[in-house]
Each structure stands twice: as C-alpha cells, then as structure tokens.
Design a protein. Sequence first.
Length: 172
Amino acid sequence: MTIRKTGELVPEFGFELVNGGHWNSRDIVPGSFTLLTVYRGKWCPHCKNQLTELDQLNGDFAERGVATLAVSADTRVRAESTITELGLDRLTMGYEIPIDRARDLGLFISSQVKDEEMPLFCEPGSFLIDADSRVFAAWIASNAFARTAPRDILAYVDFISEKKGRPPRGSA
C-alpha cells in the first residue's frame, strides 16, 4: 500500500537506531508528532546540510512536541560515520530503511551511479506523523536539490499549532 494522501496510516515498518534502539512506525508517542526525515546517504552534501540543521533545531522541535529522527539506506557504519563527521549529538539516527517500505511511503528510489553511493537508496523525504501513526504532512523530492528545509517544517508546525483541529492538507 502506497500512501496517496495525508491522513493515511504510515505503512508498518521499522529500522535500527545507531544508539542501539529500534524505531517502529506504530510506536508514536501519544499527543505528539514525529518528524521522520529520509536522507539519501553519507555522500550527499545536501543531506549533510539538512541533517546539521535538523540537529541544531532538535530542541525547537522538541519544545513543540515533535520528535525528530533521520534514516537512510546507509549501513550502520556509514550512519555512524555521518554522525561523527557532522558532529550530530541531538538528532536520533537510524540506518538501513527497507527499500520496499520507502516505496510504500511514496519515496523515489535511485540506483547507484557513483562508487560511494549505496546500490539502491532513497531520494529525500520528510514526513510529519501524528500520534495515530498517520501522515499529517509530507515533503517528497525526486532528487537531492529539491527538499524542504527543517526551518520551514518548524514554521509549519507552528502554523498548525495555531489552527488546532484543522485537517491536514492533501487529504482530499
């Protein structure tokens, strides 16, 4: 089942976290949102900028009741290397998102064209998931250059906080 509109359940899937835990799409904390950001991989300079900004804004998201995490198709070693290289110390990071589940999320999948890329990897996407494991908002790109900045997503979170009870856009 591929997500076609907001308000739909996120497909059930999970992945391991670099800190040793596990994340599952059905384990959302009641009364909050989760911002799941899927990035291309360790080699992508645009992803590095996005991850750095997410890490810097992590406290701002938390103050608004939004848990942030990022994942890619990268291996654990590559994800750990990304954390070290960028000095990420606040952002929860996962690794090896299942490609079939990424497709179910509606993400674009690319094949390796450079040696440093994974054989298959996800193009970028961010999903604001509500406490019922439903997609409230999604930002999906088919390439590295077109993605929504974390600061803009934070502004959207502020907007929807002011408009309580408003249904998500893209649900028709």
